[in-house]
Design a protein around this ligand. Structure first.
Ligand code: ADP
Ligand code: ASP
Ligand code: MG
Length: 423
């Protein structure tokens, strides 16, 4: 008998039919003799709709209240799913994140899990029931307020619970057959990856491949927990996220595992910054003090005549207003000329462990951008990733071009998008 944690995303439980389909799948796993813990997301686009509702009454909802509102989405799902399972003659008990022992810090909207104490979940499964847990939420250790883990955070709930319960596997059920070499909604020729390493998946997730939440991959790697990403709409074997590609696996030789794109960032440019020691530290300290995540940073060479430079960086669009507000408050002290805010950018990234040993990758990548007529505005690299900022309108064309240039296109279309709106 195994212990399996299964997570079902919003598109898998978008309506009553979806709930019944998922319930049958869970029951089948239980019938096969396993203990089953299920993590569930809000139905369909519920989370987006709740955010729109909040924004209809206030431009900047209070973090505490927004988290209280959004966690209601997952509560609806967990209760409906438990009822659907009960209707099939199996016992299911639903739990909020707090009841499941998901303890977080107190940063609303992107809380980090600091401990998982799943006593009630263990009790439920030991008594023979199926435990259903609301994803994406926890309770702050300090304030005892309800928190959320950031968009897409149910994946992290599932992996954290799987680690705490010492589960055999964490299955992430979604609306595509696994992790592909690109987002199948954008690059129809994307190929399904049989395996992807934690390292590659971390880079893909950080680069915007939202099929897995970044923190869930960090967590799985820390606990060496295998993740199986697969579709809830098909019986197909999905993608295994593991420490190493299996010996002799075809992916072992692949230089590039995939491309990822991200339209969720904005670019902030600080114009006319005095080129002096300590200035960058002052600027980015102020940004960090306000819990704003900075991604790429580029500083120009300062003009000899003026001793002034420009600094550009990217932040999540959702934090753009906050970032420019912070900068305005320190403008007098730092003495820069102005701020330019641009939220019509997109990021394209190429990821692959083979980059380490293949020096020609950058040249091929940039040539593919040039051939596609895409202008590169910013560049950043890690050991196994190259990312560029381009115009938002160019990013999908750029993704297709890079995918082809590295020979990743499938001979026959194999990527199926089973559901969801891609929101
Ligand atoms: P869920 O609601 O199940 O959590 P998400 O919408 O968060 O699903 O994630 C699944 C989606 O991720 C897919 O529908 C697909 O559009 C997108 N995606 C982005 N990059 C990839 C990739 N490399 N492989 C598979 N899916 C990807
Ligand atoms: N419902 C949340 C969201 O839409 C969490 C999740 O789906 O993982 O972001
Ligand atoms: Mg998701």
């Amino acid at each position: 008998m195994g212990l399996i944690v299964q997570k079902f995303g919003g598109s898998s439980v978008a309506d009553a039919e979806g709930m019944k389909r998922v319930a049958a799948r869970i029951v089948a796993t239980k019938k096969a003799g396993n203990q089953v813990v299920v993590v569930v997301s809000a139905m369909g686009d519920t989370t987006d709709e709740l955010i729109e509702l909040a924004n209809a009454v206030t431009p900047i909802p209070q973090g505490r209240e927004l988290d209280m509102l959004l966690t209601a989405g997952e509560r609806i799902s967990m209760a409906i799913l438990a009822m659907a399972i009960n209707n099939l003659g199996f016992e299911a008990l639903s739990f909020t994140g707090s009841q499941a022992g998901v303890i977080t810090d107190s940063v609303h909207g992107k809380a980090r899990i600091i401990d998982v104490t799943p006593g009630r979940i263990r009790e439920a499964i030991d008594s023979g029931a199926i435990a259903i847990v609301a994803g994406f939420q926890g309770i702050s250790q300090d304030t005892k307020d309800i928190t959320t883990l950031g968009r897409g955070g149910s994946d992290t709930t599932a992996v954290a619970l799987a680690a705490a319960l010492d589960a055999d596997v964490c299955e992430i059920y979604t609306d595509v057959d696994g992790v592909f070499s690109a987002d199948p909604r954008v690059v129809p020729a994307a190929r399904k990856l049989k395996t992807v390493t934690y390292e590659e998946m971390l880079e893909l997730a950080a680069a915007g491949a939202k099929v897995l939440h970044l923190r869930c991959v960090e967590y799985a790697r820390r606990f060496n927990l295998p993740i199986h990403v697969r579709s809830s709409f098909s019986p197909n074997e999905g993608t295994w996220v593991v420490e190493n590609h299996p010996e002799g696996g075809t992916m072992e030789q692949a230089i590039i595992s995939g491309v990822a794109h991200d339209k969720s960032e904005a670019k902030v440019t600080i114009v006319g910054v005095p080129d002096r020691t300590g200035i960058a530290a002052r600027i980015f300290q102020a940004i960090a003090d306000n819990d704003i995540n900075v991604d790429m940073i580029v500083q120009n060479v300062s003009a000899a005549a003026t001793g002034l430079t420009d600094i550009s960086f990217t932040v999540p669009k959702a934090e753009g207003q906050k970032a420019t507000g912070v900068l305005q408050r320190i403008q007098g002290e730092v003495g820069f000329a102005s701020i330019i805010y641009d939220d019509t950018i997109g990021k394209l990234s190429l990821v692959g462990a083979g980059m380490r040993s293949h020096p020609g990758v950058t040249a091929t990548f940039f040539a593919s951008m040039a051939d596609a007529g895409v202008n590169i505005e910013m560049i950043s690299t890690s050991e196994i990733r190259i990312s560029v900022i381009v115009r938002e309108a160019d990013v999908e064309r750029a993704a297709k071009a890079a995918h082809s240039a590295f020979g990743l296109d499938a001979d026959q279309i194999e990527a199926v998008v089973y559901g969801g709106t891609g929101r």
